[in-house]
Design a protein around this ligand. Structure first.
Ligand SMILES: [Zn+2]
Length: 64
């Protein structure tokens, strides 16, 4: 079996709480991003990855 890893960022607007995702693009802390729903200019304060997000080990799909 082959496996591919996808780069996907999820965003949640500080103003309206709208949620959206952007794939295949890198983002950095401190970057500014307009909300795709309300147009509010958000600053990326932190980026949680699967390595530092609690309870996201991904082990649930692995066979015992
Ligand atoms: Zn918004």
């Amino acid at each position: 079996m082959k496996a591919n890893q996808e780069l996907l960022h999820h965003f949640s607007c500080d103003q309206c709480k709208y949620w959206w995702a952007v794939g295949s693009k890198s983002f950095e802390v401190g970057q500014f991003l307009y909300c795709t729903n309300c147009g509010y200019l958000n600053r990326i304060d932190a980026i949680d990855t699967s390595r530092n997000t609690p309870n996201s080990s991904g082990d649930t799909l692995l066979a015992p």
